[in-house]
Design a binder for this molecule. Structure first.
Ligand code: NAD
Ligand code: DAU
Length: 339
C-alpha cells in the first residue's frame, strides 16, 4: 500500500473529478487535495461549493498544458497526481480536435514531467475504455486488447496513455493508467447521454437518439469509479493498466426508455437522428484484473443507481438550469475574483 496523503487532482471541477473529491474527502480523513482546473465550459466550481471551507481542500485555477502554472501550483509538495483533466466529449472532438490534442496529450506530458521533477510516488492517469475502439456482438476489452481508437477524443486519450507508459518505462515514474467505461451520476454536464436526456425530458424537449439507438455501453455509477481509483492510487502496481467497468451493458434505446419510465414521460419524445460519424458500436469491460489484484467491486446496482441519478437531476433543477444558461461560469469570479 502506498502512503499518498497529499494529492494533486486535475480536472476536479468536472463530473468525475468533483465526485471523486467528494468521495475522497468523505472516505479518508487524513487526505489533502489540491484541485487544479482550468474551468473550461465543463468545469463547474459550484460542484464543490460544499467543500470550499474544508481545510483539507484547496483550488487553483490553471491549465495542465502550462508548465509554469503547473509547477507553481505544485509548491508545497505532493505525493501523487490524479489526472482527470481532459476534453471529454466525443461529438466536440469531431467538430474541432485541437483542444483535445493540446489538453489530453500535451497536458498529460506536462503533468508527467512535473511529477517526475518533483519525485512523486504515484501518478494515476484517468483514461477510458474508448481507447480500445469498438467491439462486435461478443467479447470484452481486457488490458491486453490492442489500442484502436476511432474518434479524435479517444485517439488523444490513447496517445496520453502511451506517453504515460513511456514515463514509467524510461524514467521509472510510478504511473498507473485506469480505463473505465461510461460513468453516470450527479454533476454530469448535460451534453452526455444520461443528463442530456433526463434534462431534455424534464423540459419536454426531444431526446435525439443517434442512428438506430442500438449502440451499447457498459455503464458504471460514478462512486464505483471513485472507489476503483482510490484502490489503484493506494494499491495499484506501478506501470500497470487497470480496466474498470460496471458490468452493465445497455443499448442507448434501453437507457432512454428507462429514463422515460422513471420520469413517467412518453416515448414520443424520442427522435432518431443522424448517426455520430465513426460511432463505436459496443463497449464492454473485463474488470477481473482490478477485482483480483485490488479486491475492488462495484457497490451499486444499475437500476437503483440510475433511479437515484434521475431523481438527483429532478431535485437539482437549479443546478442544471444554471449550467444550461451559463450562469455557473460566474461563480469563480464571485468566490475568487477575476477569471
Ligand atoms: P468533464 O468534461 O466533466 O470534466 C473535465 C474537467 O477538466 C473540467 O473541470 C475542465 O474544466 C477540466 N479541464 C479541461 N481542460 C483542462 C486544462 N487544459 N487544464 C486544466 N483543467 C482542464 O470530464 P469527466 O467526464 O469528468 O471525465 C474526467 C476524466 O475521466 C477524463 O480524463 C475522461 O477522459 C475520463 N473518463 C470519463 C468517462 C465518462 O464516462 N465521463 C469514462 C471514462 C473515463
Ligand atoms: O466510455 C467512456 C467514455 O464515455 C468517456 O471516455 C467519454 O469521455 C464520455 O463522454 C463517454 O463517451 P460516449 O461517447 O460513450 O458518451 P456519450 O454520453 O456522448 O454517448 C453515449 C452513447 O449515447 C453513445 O452511443 C452516443 C449516444 N448518444 C449520445 C448523445 C449525446 C445519442 O444517441 N444521442 C446523444 O444526444
Amino acid at each position: 500500500m502506498s502512503e499518498c496523503k497529499r494529492i494533486f487532482v486535475t480536472g476536479g471541477c468536472g463530473f468525475i473529478g468533483s465526485n471523486f473529491i467528494h468521495y475522497a474527502l468523505a472516505e479518508r480523513s487524513d487526505i489533502e487535495i489540491r484541485n487544479f482546473d482550468n474551468l473550461t465550459y465543463a468545469g463547474n466550481l459550484e460542484n464543490l461549493a460544499d467543500v470550499e471551507s474544508d481545510a483539507r481542500y484547496s483550488f487553483v485555477k490553471g491549465d495542465i498544458a502550462d508548465r509554469r502554472a503547473v509547477e507553481a501550483a505544485l509548491e508545497g509538495g505532493f505525493d501523487a497526481v490524479i489526472n482527470f483533466a481532459a476534453e471529454t466529449h466525443v461529438d466536440r472532438s469531431i467538430l474541432d480536435a485541437g483542444d483535445f490534442i493540446r489538453t489530453n496529450v500535451l497536458g498529460t506530458q506536462v503533468l508527467l514531467e512535473a511529477a517526475r521533477s518533483a519525485g512523486m510516488v504515484r501518478f494515476v492517469q484517468i483514461s477510458t475504455d474508448e481507447v480500445y475502439g469498438s467491439l462486435g456482438a461478443t467479447g470484452l476489452f481486457t488490458e491486453e486488447t490492442p489500442l484502436a481508437p476511432n474518434s479524435p477524443y479517444s485517439a488523444s486519450k490513447a496517445a496520453a496513455d502511451l506517453v504515460a507508459r513511456s514515463y514509467f518505462r524510461t524514467f521509472g515514474l510510478p504511473v498507473m493508467v485506469t480505463r473505465c467505461s461510461n460513468n453516470f451520476g450527479p454533476y454530469q454536464f448535460p451534453e452526455k447521454l444520461i443528463p442530456l436526456f433526463v434534462t431534455n425530458a424534464l423540459a419536454e424537449r426531444k431526446l435525439p437518439l443517434y442512428g438506430d439507438g442500438m449502440n451499447v455501453r457498459d455503464w458504471i455509477y460514478v462512486d464505483d469509479h471513485s472507489s476503483a481509483i482510490m484502490a489503484v492510487l493506494e494499491g495499484g502496481r506501478a506501470g500497470e493498466v487497470y480496466n474498470i467497468g460496471g458490468g452493465n451493458e445497455r443499448s442507448n434505446v434501453e437507457i432512454t426508455r428507462a429514463i422515460l419510465g422513471i420520469l413517467g414521460k412518453d416515448e414520443s419524445l424520442i427522435e432518431f437522428v443522424r448517426d455520430r460519424p465513426g460511432h463505436d458500436r459496443r463497449y464492454a469491460i473485463d474488470s477481473s484484473k482490478i477485482e483480483r489484484e485490488l479486491g475492488w467491486r462495484p457497490a451499486h446496482t444499475f437500476d437503483d443507481a440510475l433511479e437515484a441519478t434521475v431523481r438527483w437531476y429532478v431535485e437539482h433543477e437549479d443546478w442544471w438550469r444554471r449550467v444550461r444558461s451559463g450562469e455557473y461560469m460566474e461563480y469563480y469570479q464571485k468566490q475568487y475574483g477575476e477569471r
